[in-house]
Design a protein around this ligand. Structure first.
Ligand SMILES: [Zn+2]
Length: 246
């Protein structure tokens, strides 16, 4: 068949059929329109990502998933990637990006997140963000909770937990009735290693060095919404809800 007869063939398609075809494909693309809302929560340790993740989760009725939980799930179900992750964790080493991203991809493709999801604590680095993009994971919005280090340090270092029942307290906001003693079970209150001032400072440094560049990364993609997390819980909550409409 030469070029001309090909063209002729096209010309001979009855108009009616062409219109039907267009209409059909139009409907199809409407049906396929993706209304899900996939969100990344960005913010320093202690910025309150978990709390805001709950706010969004309730508002949009979508699940919040944290890297820690996904990795634990993968370990439990013994997937190939889960096993690989475990081999690194057993050595006390960081799980490499490819494995973490692979585990996240597996989790996202399970089919229960069709309405959307909130990623809490991932990505943490530019390579992880790029990997997510390369996998074709659609991200609609990145909500960045901005809290000053001077606010985070006392917020985190004031935390205490009960050794026996795990109840949590705070030296400023949620004092136990008796210093150092759990109200519920009279267990001893301790400071977790993660909440020691030096550990908090170290984690903040890592955040500023490795994670904060993601703000520019997502700003360039027009997805970044920054909110002020220095305010009261109620005010921050409202800002988060506003950010969803932004
Ligand atoms: Zn207790």
């Amino acid at each position: 068949m030469d070029v001309f007869s090909k063209n002729l063939e096209v010309q001979y398609i009855p108009e009616e059929n062409v219109i039907k075809k267009v209409l059909k494909s139009g409907t199809k693309s409407c049906e396929k329109e993706d209304l899900s809302m996939n969100i990344i929560l960005l913010g320093a340790p202690g910025a309150g990502k978990g709390t805001q993740a709950d706010v969004i989760s309730e508002h949009l009725e979508i699940q919040s998933i944290s890297t820690g939980n996904i990795i634990r799930e993968a370990l439990k179900s013994g997937t190939e990637l889960g096993k690989q992750a475990k081999s690194f964790m057993d050595k006390g080493a960081l799980v490499p990006d490819e494995i973490v991203v692979g585990i996240i991809k597996e989790r996202l493709s399970k089919g229960d997140l069709n309405n959307g999801f909130i990623l809490d604590g991932f990505p943490r680095t530019i390579p992880q963000a790029k990997a997510l993009d390369e996998l074709g994971v659609k991200i609609d919005k990145v909500i960045d909770i901005e809290v000053d280090d001077e606010v985070i340090i006392p917020r985190m270092s004031g935390r205490r937990v009960c050794e026996s029942c795990g109840a949590s307290y705070h030296l400023i906001n949620k004092k136990p009735q008796v210093d150092g003693i759990c109200d519920k079970c009279h267990g001893t209150l301790v400071q977790r290693k993660d909440d020691h001032v030096d550990t908090v400072k170290e984690r903040l440094k890592i955040y500023h060095d490795q994670t904060e560049p993601l703000k520019d990364y997502y700003k360039q993609q027009n997805k970044l919404v920054e909110i002020d997390g220095n305010l009261s819980l109620e005010e921050t909550k409202q800002l988060t809800l506003n950010a969803l409409e932004a």
